[in-house]
Design a protein around this ligand. Structure first.
Ligand SMILES: *[C@@H]1O[C@H](CO)[C@@H](O)[C@H](O)[C@H]1NC(C)=O
Ligand SMILES: *[C@@H]1O[C@H](CO)[C@@H](O)[C@H](O)[C@H]1NC(C)=O
Ligand SMILES: *[C@@H]1O[C@H](CO)[C@@H](O)[C@H](O)[C@H]1NC(C)=O
Length: 359
């Protein structure tokens, strides 16, 4: 049998895959996240990752509104963000203090941001609110478990709800293009690699992050209905009006990190021994690059990438070729990692007994 044809076809496929992947990875697809002149609302942005994101987006020419509970911290942060502006004579900055565990507060936040932005809803909303309270499941009080769901999951869900309700309303025929910002608009969640891989000691924190991931999977699909409806009305409408993204950082030296380290059970420290926490600035830069590439699920380091691809499940792929190949490899890796984590937990108990509860 003449297999030269097969060989040619095989080579063509490989070359195609590599070219396509390189094209996507190197960002030849163009910047999918232009922020110059856009208005961006960031929650939980008085410190840590949210603040770093705000500074870097200000450097890229965005108008920025930051929100968090503490007006005092917001005031300090807004000064740094303002100082980072690419053009201080054209860019505008604002802060709004809000406790987003209250759904009305999220609604008010969007109202006030829209009013400040001359009646136009923000172009980008990035949910960064939430902190991590680690602890062994039976050691933390039920109140802490509920608090984590409220501060991690619900703050983001309320903000997403209030945002999408404004973005997805049908635009009246009379609306001028001036009132309508050019799409796509971006809604960004901030989850954690704990949504992919479980680690002992994150019983309070991992479930709200996994819930956030599930919400992003639902929304990225549901949004297509609205995109379709726009096309029905206007055959020339851009294919995408709203884009959903979700960032999955690993350990990060945010201001809450020290307290988190103190609360962490010893067994968690042992399991995370090899992990090197990233700086919020670093995570912000990588996350923004992922958005510029147009990724749906954004990962900030290599270990995170292995975790994501081992747990792709039904989530949309960033790059079908690379993600598929990586998922085969990482599933092999996790054949060893999962029993190893369980063994570490078992050996810890065998050696030290039941750890005494921490506050
Ligand atoms: C800032 O924007 C103003 C108004 O568009 C423009 O005249 C000025 O040249 C810009 N400055 C810089 C540093 O880009
Ligand atoms: C936000 O604005 C809408 C429309 O003006 C209004 O109905 C709603 O009550 C406002 N929400 C809050 C929490 O103020
Ligand atoms: C929901 O989240 C879990 C854990 O993050 C994931 O394994 C699962 O695939 C997700 N399901 C959907 C439908 O998004």
């Amino acid at each position: 049998m003449d297999y030269s044809k097969g060989l040619i076809a095989f080579t063509a496929i490989i070359v195609g895959v590599i070219t396509y992947s390189a094209y996507k990875m190197l960002g030849f697809g163009g910047n999918q996240f232009p922020v110059n002149g856009k208005t961006i609302l960031i929650t939980g942005a008085s410190e840590g990752l949210g603040r770093s994101i705000a500074i870097q987006l200000a450097q890229k020419g965005a108008n920025v509104v930051i929100a968090s509970r503490s007006a005092h911290k917001l005031q300090a942060a807004i000064a740094d963000i303002q100082a980072a502006a690419a053009n201080s004579s054209t860019q505008r900055f604002h802060f709004i203090s809000a406790d987003l565990t209250d759904p009305d507060a999220a609604d008010r936040l969007l109202n006030e941001t829209t009013a400040w932005n001359n009646g136009v809803a923000p172009d980008v909303v990035w949910c960064c609110a939430g902190y991590c309270h680690p602890g062994l499941f039976i050691d933390v009080p039920i109140k802490t478990l509920r608090d984590q769901m409220d501060t991690v999951y619900w703050t983001s869900a309320y903000t997403a709800h209030a945002t999408l309700r404004r973005w997805l309303v049908p635009v009246s025929q009379s609306a001028t293009s001036k009132e309508q910002q050019p799409p796509p608009r971006h809604l960004i969640f901030t989850a954690s690699t704990l949504a992919f891989v479980a680690v002992s000691g994150y019983g309070p924190y991992a479930p709200p992050k996994a819930a956030m991931r599930n919400l992003s999977d639902v929304l990225v699909q549901e949004i297509e209905m609205y995109n379709g409806a726009r096309r029905k009305k206007d055959a020339n409408a851009p294919a995408t009006d709203v884009k959903i993204h979700i960032v999955f950082p690993m350990g990060m030296t945010s201001p809450g990190f020290e307290n988190e380290q103190k609360l962490k059970p010893e067994v968690t420290h042992i399991m995370e021994e090899a992990d090197k926490p990233q700086l919020p600035e670093e995570v912000a830069t990588i996350a923004i690059k992922g958005l510029e590439r147009g990724d749906f699920q954004i990962i900030t380091n290599t270990v995170g990438q292995i975790m994501r691809t081992s747990a792709l499940g039904p989530s949309p792929r960033n790059n079908i070729f690379l993600d598929t190949a990586a998922s085969w490899l990482s599933n092999l890796v996790f054949l060893f990692v999962i029993p190893d984590l369980a063994k570490k937990a078992f050996n810890y108990g065998k050696e030290k007994g039941i750890p005494s509860a921490k506050a």
